[in-house]
Structures are given as structure tokens and as C-alpha cells.
Design a protein around this ligand. Sequence first.
Ligand code: PMP
Length: 411
Amino acid sequence: MTETAPSAAAETARGRNPLAFLDAEIEDFKAKGLYRRLRVVEGEQKSRCIVDGREVITLSSNNYLGLNTHPRLRSAAEAALRELGAGSGAVRTIAGTMRIHEELERRLADFKHVEAVLTFQSGFTCNTGVIPILAGESAVIVSDALNHASIIDGIRLTKAERRIFPHADMEALRSALRDVRAAPGGAERTVLVITDGVFSMDGDIARLPEIVAAAEEAEAIVYVDDAHASGVLGRNGRGSVDHFDLHGRVQVQVGTLSKAIGVLGGYVAGPASLREVLIHRARPFLFSTSHPPAVAAACLAAIDVLESEPQLIERLWENTRYFKAGLAGLGFETGASETPITPVIVGSGARAMKLSDGLFEEGVFAQGIGFPTVPEDRSRVRTIVTAEHTRAELDACLAAFETVGRALAII
Ligand code: PMP
């Protein structure tokens, strides 16, 4: 005799659907004007693309340099697919590490001027994998309040004491470090200072020279997550440590291969001892399969491009300056941004979503972002320009912002 499970609808009819709280949550999103559908992109992710069946200019992607469709990355990925297959088979400690993964890590270590690199499946898993290894039970983590969600989750996976300092408040950072060291037993503890290199929702750059000076005084480790600085800041996109010329003074750098590098993945760059310990202990490394070889091959090609086509980064920054000046000229509030990420801050989440929807009607795709990603009263439309945007595209975006901004009385 076969038994079939009652459908969720039938369960609901009898008032016993144990997942009914999900429907309530969806209603709550709708009531607050925060309900989103995933928009569907047809074809390639380029500055101009087809979203929900409509041609738009996108200001939503992290594809800073347009590398996701760069011919050199495509052909490297195709060749690796043909020669090495579609997948890597298992985790690297079990199936053996593929030579191409090792080659990518060597290349990245040389590029970043550090002893060693270990790659992870994503920037997110890199943070959740590395932070628990550095911060044991007796450690203290001192972390900027606006650090990325993956840093927050990495911290949650530790039993270390946490001290969160207000965003970019260097006096608060110094005072937290002084307190930790002055407390009984404080001199012996491992202290880890964590910051984003570029803050992903505001586009401001971490005050790394001051963070490093404070950490050196307190003999603390500095951990910088350069997800939005990789390929954007520093010589050939080497990141925030290179931008501020702090080589040798930041112990741990995290980067992503998913944004400017155009592919997928995360990596940690630092001393060889860190890599060795992570290979033995980092849980996403030990318990999750490594990248397909085509991913590693495309990342290798991306480093070639960063080294040989610096004009892409120059173009990214020209576009950034032009677009920021345009938004500011129209009277929008763009916060403290110093990078290609420019938030247009409008107040409530519902207002941000309206601006985003209005822009879409005008042919511009820029996501609205509200709570919990940013505080409700600092909701925004986040824009990211890339090296691929033409001047005409940026002008069209600015015209759309002007039309919708006036219609909604934002400017
Ligand atoms: N760290 C920061 C600061 C980020 O902005 C992001 C991406 N939003 C990540 C980590 C995660 O990177 P990935 O997309 O490679 O998982």
C-alpha cells in the first residue's frame, strides 16, 4: 500500500501546516513594501542586458571590470573544461588537490606579495572558515559595525569575546584595544581586528593606516576583507593594503574572485603557517568540494588581465568620478562613498524600492536595499558603475535618476 503525504494546501486547510509561519513572513514583507521577486537576466551579464524581458542598463552588478565575459577568461575556462572536465570530484584533502588549484594559489600569493594563499568556494565561506581558526575561545574580536554579513557569521561561529565598534570610529577602536589589554589577563589574549577594505553598502574605504597603527600598538592581528577592493584599489587591483602601501603590516587579507575578478570564489592571503593550519582545520575547506577546474583557470586568466590591461581599472575610476559627480550635481545624498559603489540614500525601505522600480521603468536596473542589510532609515538604491559602461549609458542612468527622483520628490 502506498501512502502519499498530504499536500501543504491540504494541511493548511486543516490548520496544521507546520510551515505556515513562512506565509506569515511573506505577508509581512508585502505589508512593509519590502517584498521582492528575483529578476531574471537573459543572456550575458553586461552593462546593458535583458532583465525580465526588457533591455536595461545595469548598475547592480559587481562586475567592476567586465571580466565575467572577457575573451581571455572565456577561452581559459573552455580549455580547462575540455582538458580537465566539469568538476573537481571531492574536497581537496580527500581526492587530492588539482594542480590548477595550487597554481592559482601560487599566482595569487605572488600577486598579493604574501607567502601563501588558500582559496575557498566563495568569499562568504572564506570568512566563515578563517575567522574561527584565528579566534579561539580566549580571543577577542574587535569588529567594525558595518562589516559584511559573512564576517558577522564567521564571528558567530567562534566562542571569542566580541567588541563591535561604531563604523570607522578610530577612537572607539583604540579605546576597545586599550580596554582589552588593560583587563586582567588581557596581555596574553589573541586580539583580532576585522574590517572590510571597502564597505559594501556605503562604498567608503577603511581607514587602514590608522587601524594598522592602533593594532600594532596593541599587538593585535589585522584582518581585512577586500571583497570590493580586489581588482579595484591598489596597483593593478591588488587591494587596500597595496593602496595604502601597508605590505607586511596586515597579517590576513581576504579577497573575492566573484566580483571584479569576474568568476567565483574567495581566498585568504597571509603567512604560510596560516595556510597550513587552514588546510587542517577550516571547515569549508575540509567539508565542501573545491572549485571546478574551469573556475580556477578563468581566475588565472583574470590575474593575467589585471597585470596586462591596467586601462580597465583606469576606465572604472573615470566612470566612477563622472557618475558620482552627476548624482551629486542632481542633489542626491550619496553618503561617504569613495569607490565605484555609490549609494543613493532615500530614507525608508519602501521609498528605496519605489525609486528602484521607477528606475527600472526608465530602463535602469539598480537594486533597492533596505533593512536588515542597512538601517531602515538609511535605505537606499545602491549603484555600481563598471569599466564597461559607456559615457552615453551613464548619461542615460543620470537622466533616469533625475526623472524618478523628481517624481518621488527625493530631489
Ligand atoms: N565580503 C564582503 C565584504 C562582501 O561584500 C562580499 C560579497 N557581498 C563577500 C565577502 C562575499 O563574497 P562572495 O560573493 O565571493 O561570497
